[in-house]
Ligand binder design. Structure first.
Ligand code: KIV
Length: 271
């Protein structure tokens, strides 16, 4: 009889305990079963089913086109794979900005249909009612401030946010508001490191950065960027841990050559 080893699931409480004892939180995106299985087994704390799937999986220029149904499909695949990580699912553009009832319905669909553990929403004061209503239903919410890609047409550029005092003050205000509302963590994207450090010190909940320096409570990257599968995206904050894009290209062209030269399959690769 084989004995299955129990894997202890990371929860929102685990993340708070990690912040309290100064242990950094690791987070990566995943959008499908096979990748999520590898990421989970490698020991990641949080898997984000990001709406960056719109770019990475579907090839759209922005995160705006991805739908709630498509996010649910990606999240279902990730949930089937991940045994240990906390799974956070992005609420896509248009699924929560309208009104708080619509936001709650979208969040409930995500939780019911995917088995994910929490949702992530971009924005502060302007979506406070929706966040509160979702939290009241018992659904954990991760906030997201700074460069919020769903607002790219308002910003007009993907450059660093909150460099001026007015925007920095607004960001600090929003971070404190998300903390007080009961969000369990906040993502800060592409803002000055000293501002992110200040936010991480001033809010109780974990702050997870992407392009927000080292003094926050954890880091998140888009999986396909850090693996080097996406080639065209090279912001300063991105560290590529391998060049999987080149390795995959080499493997595929090797296969094409073998097929053309009838070197695949060989005698031992057939029945
Ligand atoms: O969708 C996403 O991948 C994200 C991360 C960049 C934080 O929101």
């Amino acid at each position: 009889m084989s004995v299955q080893k129990e894997v202890k699931r990371i929860t929102t409480n685990t993340l708070q305990e990690m912040k309290n004892r100064g242990e950094k939180i690791s987070m990566l995106t995943a959008y499908d079963y096979s990748m999520a299985k590898i990421v989970d087994q490698a020991g990641i704390d949080v898997i984000l089913v990001g709406d960056s799937a719109s770019n990475v999986m579907a090839g759209h220029e922005t995160t705006l086109p991805i739908t709630l149904d498509q996010m649910i499909y990606h999240a279902q695949s990730v949930v089937r794979a991940a045994k240990r990580s906390l799974i956070v699912v992005d609420m896509p553009f248009g699924s929560y900005q309208g009104n708080s009832k619509e936001a709650l319905n979208s969040a409930i669909r995500i939780m019911k249909e995917t088995g994910g553990h929490a949702v992530k929403m971009e924005g502060g004061e302007e979506i406070k009612d929706s966040i509160q209503r979702i939290l009241t239903a018992g659904i954990p919410v991760m906030g997201h401030l700074g460069l919020t890609p769903q607002s790219i047409y308002k910003f007009g550029t993907y450059q660093v946010r909150a460099k001026d005092q007015e925007e920095a003050d607004r960001l600090i205000h929003d971070a404190k508001l998300l903390d007080e509302c009961g969000c369990f963590a906040i993502v800060l994207e592409k803002i000055p490191a000293n501002l992110a450090e200040r936010v991480a010190k001033e809010v109780r909940v974990p702050v997870i950065g992407i392009g927000a320096g080292a003094a926050v409570d954890g880091q998140v990257l888009v999986l396909h960027d850090m693996l080097g599968i996406t080639q065209e995206f090279s912001p300063r904050f991105l560290r590529r841990y391998m060049n999987a894009g080149e390795m995959m290209m080499e493997a595929v062209s090797h296969y094409v050559k073998d097929v053309k030269n009838v070197e695949f399959p060989n005698d031992s690769e057939q029945y």
